[in-house]
Design a protein around this ligand. Sequence first.
Ligand code: UD1
Length: 422
Amino acid sequence: MDSIIVTGGAPLSGKIAIAGAKNAALTLMPCTLLSDEPLTLTNAPRLSDMRTMSQLLQSLGAEVTSMQDGKVVVLSSHGLTSTHADYEIVRKMRASNLVLGPLLARFHEAEVSLPGGCAIGARPMDIHITALEAMGAEIDLRDGYLYAKAPGGLKGAKVPLRFASVGATENTLMAATLAKGTTVIENAAREPEIVDLAKCLRAMGAQIEGEGTSTIIVQGVDRLHAATHRVVTDRIELGTYMLAPVIAGGEVECLGGKMELVSAFAEKLDACGVAVTETPDGLHVKNRNGRHAAVDVTTEPFPGFPTDLQAQMMAMLCTAEGTSVLEEKIFENRFMHAPELMRMGAEIEVHGGTATVRGVERLKGAPVMATDLRASVSLILAGLAAEGETRVNRVYHLDRGYEQVEQKLSAVGARIERVQGE
Ligand code: UD1
């Protein structure tokens, strides 16, 4: 397995182009299942999770063609042959469960294995199931599979979600586009990826109102048609690279970045004394002279501070002046990076969903283990300022969510390289 070696101490300077959002693309790709006409996605990120979703869609009989070095993906489901999403593919990535809603809506049946993905908590699917059942689906769980059918098709309904789950909102929204009548999703997730999904579905002919608020109203239509859609900027990749100059020193302009995608996160940077400014091309971040200040962070659904930036923020707070308290409210097991950061000299105490970080002047390079996607990149960030060499082992999770991380960081002056594993 590959490792990444970072040698700390090089200040950064330059521009980093932010890719299209992984979490948007992974819900946009299954939209192909809703129509027999082609769907073209531009600004697609080049990630292993995208290849996994392609494989899954191809296993159902969809055609997936990558163009322009993977930045454009054309999908077509005119000749689908199966509604069975197999464990062998689904186990690699939780977002595979996003085929459930579209398959059920168009073909009135689906067999979807329960998903795998990052080991950051239980991540059940009860909210997805309750929502689709409210729309008339019958769903059984047997042998690790969800067997779902909707004889006569899904019906529009009032669908209150017990928690604003991103995936459940996406599955319900996709399913509702072809249901008979009106669906009202209450307590819907408000993430920018949901807004992007609604835009794409609307371009395909769906009738949707209220995305980006807690109530989404969908008027079902008989069929959806061909469309081309540009994937929204990845706010998590954006936030990750915004932290790089804060940790390493220097300044970076994140091209394609928009404040509205990261406002809760940028507020916290401001509280740490870090300047974030909007430029015509993106967001510019400059580290302040001297150490940044500590700050308390609680993760919340959008528009709150994203759980997917918690590990990277912790890496930054390890060298802040003062003590920070991080509260993880979305996933119950998302501090696996803490013991690895402690191997680098960080002072962190974890009690349940709360981590207390006492800032130290400097971290020291060490061999560390990447345990999940965002944890992997937090260790790379920590390595940027650590004394000596940090070797991040088991980086396969990283390739699921960050394209060309070594190239992007070395282009702004970081000393980082990938070494191939045996
Ligand atoms: C998505 C993102 C992930 C991000 C997360 C929260 C994708 C591909 N992944 O994941 O990167 O960290 O949103 O912003 O977009 N839950 C239940 N029952 C359910 C569904 C969820 O209890 O049926 C719980 C989960 O266990 C978790 C919480 O709700 O504790 C949030 O999950 P959810 O919003 O569904 O996240 P995902 O869509 O899986």
